[in-house]
Design a protein around this ligand. Structure first.
Ligand code: GAR
Length: 204
């Protein structure tokens, strides 16, 4: 494998629709190599993508952080892309990535709300139950906090009067794929850096 390729580790806890989207984008992109798919849930569907896309899978149930830190030190990913990973990454993991990439953070997360509103779990449900008229999705750098790292990009959608929670989630999930594709393409072109991110809302 070409060592100049951008090495990406995917991490998720659920179905893996965002991971699949990224793996599909990677199929036509020879500047990228997916090193593996890490999950903290042994029965997560995201792990099935390993066989489908011929990518290694790793199961590290929390709190087995040392195994993940070890994987980072061995495989040296350039980026970690969180795709529905529902645990908070510890300082140790972020430190292992910093050591590896010599940058403040090369870990990105997709979150299903317009941060800083509705951080944490079940963000679509939180926003829907709050009664928002506009919601959206965010990709941000990961720091030690809960969904607090600098924002890279956001997309919004409108909630219609007649929208059920299901409709609301579907609108968001479709935007997640669009937004991750845009950020992935910029990442491949070397245009994503923490210096370029802002705490203020902006879209790419
Ligand atoms: C996605 O909606 C993602 O935004 C969310 O988990 C879902 C995973 O779906 N992430 C978070 O809530 C992170 N706090 P997927 O497994 O189909 O990609």
């Amino acid at each position: 494998m070409d060592s100049k390729r951008i090495k990406i580790l995917l991490m998720g806890s659920g179905v893996g629709s965002n991971a699949k989207n990224l793996l599909e984008l990677g199929k036509n992109e020879n500047r990228v190599e997916f090193l593996g798919i890490v999950s903290d849930k042994a029965n997560a569907k995201i792990l099935d993508l390993g066989a489908e896309y011929k990518v290694a899978t790793y199961i590290y149930p929390r709190p087995n952080e040392e195994q993940l830190a070890q994987l980072i030190r061995e495989k040296k990913p350039d980026w970690i892309l969180l795709a529905g990973y529902l645990s908070v990454l510890s300082k140790n993991i972020l430190a292992a990535m910093r050591e590896n990439t010599q940058e403040r953070s090369r870990v990105l997360n997709i979150h299903p709300s317009l941060l800083p509103s509705f951080s944490g779990l079940k963000a679509y449900e939180q926003a829907f139950n709050y009664g928002v008229k506009v919601s959206g999705v965010t990709i941000h750098f990961v720091d030690e906090g809960l969904d607090t790292g600098p924002i890279i990009a956001q997309k919004h959608f409108y909630r219609e009067e007649s929208d059920s929670l299901e409709d609301f989630i579907q609108k968001g999930k479709a935007l997640e794929k669009e937004l991750y594709a845009e950020v992935f393409n910029k990442l491949v072109e070397g245009k994503i850096s923490i210096q370029g991110a802002s705490r203020w809302i902006r879209s790419i």
